[in-house]
Write a protein that binds this ligand. Structure first.
Ligand code: GDP
Ligand code: IMO
Ligand code: MG
Length: 423
């Protein structure tokens, strides 16, 4: 099984990093393929908790080479902060490689993100304000500056200045504050010099690794329903987190991929605006947020809670060719009287045949639920499927029946070993 992709199946924060950390032990490379520092990936090792934004979740193993792939947009101040923090805690980032083809984020991208959200007012997307959308927009309109450009410092500083001058005009016309162009250029010359030792031809590096029969893991950020094509547009991110994006964002081909693990929480959350059929407003939702600590790793925002939605999950199986599912945070439901699972959407008295192609319909559908009696048992110490309470197993089996792929891992706590792995 040379290449495994791990992808979020909901709206992010499914616990991808915890599962990636678990799987990374048997891999030689862990590579991010899209997104940027909008991601917040939490790994808990013993009593230590790490929140990663750009550094791949395999960094905790010395035998793993972490790669930031070509599909990622890279914010250098965040990257170096993260490296400094990890190294101060004894985690070496020396092996990290950053694709020469990845695009860089600059302060004007963040300024555009802020202005665009401000102008949208009540209709704002609720972005992380990290400049992700504007950086991908520049990539698409072919004016982006790439990681490999730092290899020629003189040319790099000219490129930064040219772009800053051009963006200054647009931003001031939009009513934004002036950029301090000289300060930006000076800062990025320093950041570029610091980046140099990490810059690599990661596409050939990945293929050479496969030629040696090594195991590669591709780490998705965000999730299926935040995908710019398949998500709840316009309330999405600006990249393709779906498994197809793993090829474009890493340089590996579709036939290299053999295992695609979809991560789903045993319930659902979403940060930011947009439709959410199984959303729970009120005390039950608050209970999920409290027990699940559902606050954003990056922005600290409260995540909107809801029940598990198998209409979405079945669509995620299709979109990503999932070979299996890891169901996380089962333990968060331990104290609930009843656990609900959405198995269909009704509209004007009719059951929809599947996930609709019009995201606006999602705000109008009535979810159809199956109720499972709560198991009222602490599952955190369980490591074998047969030791889970019957009702919890019923939940897992309901998921498998509805979406057609096996649930191979079940998260029962935040720590690395708090997982039921079915063999
Ligand atoms: P990611 O963005 O998909 O990597 O997920 P986040 O790290 O943003 O959010 C998941 C949160 O749930 C983190 O705080 C994890 O430590 C935690 N977590 C992951 N798996 C489990 C689990 O099975 N049970 C519990 N209780 N917490 C978990
Ligand atoms: P991980 O990898 C949850 C959401 C934002 C917003 C929308 C667009 O930790 O699962 P952006 O800044 O990307 O332009 O924001 O996407 N979003 C996430 N939500 N988890 C994430 O990452 C997210 N990354 C972006 O809240 O609704
Ligand atoms: Mg997250």
């Amino acid at each position: 099984m040379p290449v495994t992709v791990v992808v979020g199946t909901q709206w992010g924060d499914e616990g991808k990093a915890k599962i990636i950390d678990l799987l990374a032990d048997s891999h030689q490379i862990v590579a991010r393929y899209q997104g940027g520092h909008n991601a917040g990936h939490t790994v808990v090792v013993g009593d230590q908790k790490y929140a990663l934004q750009l550094v791949p979740s395999g960094v905790f193993y010395e035998h793993v080479t972490p790669i930031i792939g070509n599909g990622v947009v890279v914010d250098l101040p965040t990257l170096f902060n993260e490296i400094d923090t990890l190294e101060s805690r004894g985690i070496s980032c020396e092996r990290l490689k950053v694709s020469s083809l990845a695009h860089l984020i600059f302060p004007w991208h963040q300024a555009h993100d802020a202005i665009s959200e401000f102008n949208l007012g009540e209709n704002k997307i609720g972005t992380t304000l990290k400049g992700i959308g504007p950086a991908y927009a520049d990539k698409a309109r072919r004016v982006g500056i790439r990681v490999g450009d730092v290899r020629d410092p003189k040319r790099f500083s000219e490129l930064v200045r040219e772009r800053a001058v051009a963006e200054q005009k647009v931003l001031t016309a939009l009513g934004s504050e002036k950029l301090d162009i000289d300060a930006i250029v000076t800062r990025f010359i320093d950041l570029g010099a610091r980046l140099l030792p990490y810059v690599a031809d990661t596409v050939n590096l990945l293929h050479n690794s496969l030629d040696r029969n090594e195991q590669v893991l591709l780490e998705g950020a965000q999730a299926t329903f935040l995908d710019v094509d398949h998500g709840t547009y316009p309330f999405v991110t600006s990249s393709n987190p779906t498994a197809g994006g793993a090829c474009a964002g890493s340089g590996l081909g579709p036939r290299d991929i053999t295992r695609i693990v979809g991560i789903a929480k045993a319930y659902t959350t979403r940060v930011g605006s947009g439709p959410f059929p199984s959303e729970l407003i009120g005390a039950l939702g608050d209970k999920i947020v409290d027990i699940g600590h559902e606050f954003g790793t990056v922005t600290g925002r409260r995540r909107r809670p809801g029940w598990l939605d198998l209409v979405m999950l079945r669509h995620a199986v299709r979109l990503n060719s999932l070979t299996e599912i890891a169901l996380t945070k089962l333990d968060v439901l331990d104290t609930f009287e009843t656990v609900r699972v959405c198995i269909g959407y009704e509209m004007n008295g009719k059951l929809l045949s599947g996930y609709p192609d019009n995201p606006e319909l999602l705000s109008a559908v009535t979810p159809q639920y199956v109720d499972i009696q709560g198991w009222k048992t602490d599952v955190r110490k369980v490591r074998k499927f047969s030791d889970l309470p019957t009702q919890a197993r019923t939940l897992v089996e309901l998921v498998e029946k509805h979406v057609g792929v096996p649930v191979t891992m079940i998260g029962v706590g935040p720590e690395r070993n708090e997982c039921v792995v079915r063999t």
